[in-house]
Design a protein around this ligand. Structure first.
Ligand code: HPA
Ligand code: ZN
Length: 336
């Protein structure tokens, strides 16, 4: 391990952009399939993983939703989340803000309560047994209608206290944030914060719309902000965090080489950018691997890596007091 990799491993970190369904490893997918009597269209883990070649976001989403088919019972969602939390512990993640896609399950007849119940039970166990604090983000699928989004928002009412924010994910192109302005307004009236996937494949206009219409507290990805200097200024001035996902960007061909990843330039321009793993079971690495990839390709300095770790807590949805405690831990680990 290089000194910088050692520093990354030692740094306490928060993860802010993580789809729990995207942590479904092939081994668990096959064991849940067997437990639930589901036939997967792949003979074994190797042939499944051989299909993990993506030209664009949609190629990945097709496989991601197919993988979800093995998740049926509350215990399945618990096991999925618990497996991620063990990885989070290994990666020195002290706080995680987990997204889930209820519609990927309720559309298959799985009760909303089984989905959120299993995830939340594992997260509370993770807090008690592993010391990992958490927030939960309920994402709407943008390839479905706002009407269907409303149905999901209503299903969430009994569990409102468990959910901090709502998000927007799935196929970005041709599904601009504008379509969900009313839905997000209702969610905000209920007290939820909002985050929005924007500028992964969509143009900077989608990021503007996420801010202006959906009042996003953070932008998930935000790569194409780099094409619009006025937008970059706004993100800097208003300290709107971007949750960047380097290995995801490479796998989904948002960038063609890791050397082209914008995270360093974003840091240099004073943007509160963070590093995250998105769907680590599909993209080849958990959080530390994402930090390693950008550190190596972009020659990030110790100071820049410490800044990324600090940004991860500063951009999170915890209280100022909690932030202060975590930032102190980052300082200690960085030797300052
Ligand atoms: N982009 C959009 N939707 C998603 C992603 C992503 O990277 N991962 C899971 N759903
Ligand atoms: Zn994502």
């Amino acid at each position: 391990m290089t000194d910088l990799h050692k520093l990354i491993a030692l740094l306490p970190k928060a993860e802010l952009h993580l789809h729990i369904e995207g942590t479904l490893e092939p081994g668990l997918m096959f064991s849940l399939a067997a437990r639930n009597g589901i036939e997967l269209p792949y003979e074994n883990e190797e042939s499944l993983q051989a299909a993990y070649h993506f030209e664009r976001l949609q190629d990945f989403l097709d496989i991601y939703y197919a993988g979800c088919s093995v998740l049926l019972q509350e215990q399945d969602f618990y096991d999925l989340t618990w497996a991620y939390l063990l990885k989070a512990k290994e990666n020195n993640i002290l706080h995680t803000e987990v997204m889930f896609d209820p519609q990927a399950h309720t559309t298959r007849g799985v009760p909303f309560s089984a989905v959120i119940g299993g995830i939340y039970r594992a997260l509370t166990d993770g807090y008690e047994k592993l010391g990992i604090s958490f927030r939960l983000i309920m994402s709407f699928l943008r390839h479905l209608s706002a009407e269907e989004g409303y149905k999901t928002l209503r299903e969430a009412i009994p569990f409102q206290g468990w959910i901090t924010a709502v998000g927007l994910d799935s196929s970005e192109k041709n599904f601009p944030p504008d379509l969900f302005a009313d839905l997000f307004e209702s969610a905000q009236e209920m007290g939820f914060l909002t985050v929005v996937h924007a500028g992964e494949e969509g143009p900077p206009e989608y990021i503007w719309a996420a801010l202006d219409l959906l009042r996003a507290s953070r932008i998930d990805h935000g790569n194409t902000a780099m094409e619009d200097s006025d937008l970059m200024d706004v993100l800097g001035i208003y300290e709107i965090p971007l949750t960047s996902c380097p290995l995801s960007n490479l796998k989904l061909k948002v960038i063609s080489r890791m050397e082209d990843h914008p995270v360093k330039e974003m840091l240099e321009r004073g943007i509160k950018v963070t590093v995250n793993s998105d769907d680590p079971a599909y993209f080849g690495g958990y959080l530390n691997e994402n930090y390693f990839a950008v550190a190596d390709a972009l020659f990030l300095s110790r100071e820049e890596l410490v800044q990324l770790a600090k940004n991860s807590f500063e951009a999170s949805f915890i209280t100022d007091g909690e932030k202060k405690n975590f930032l102190k831990k980052v300082e200690e680990a960085s030797g300052n």
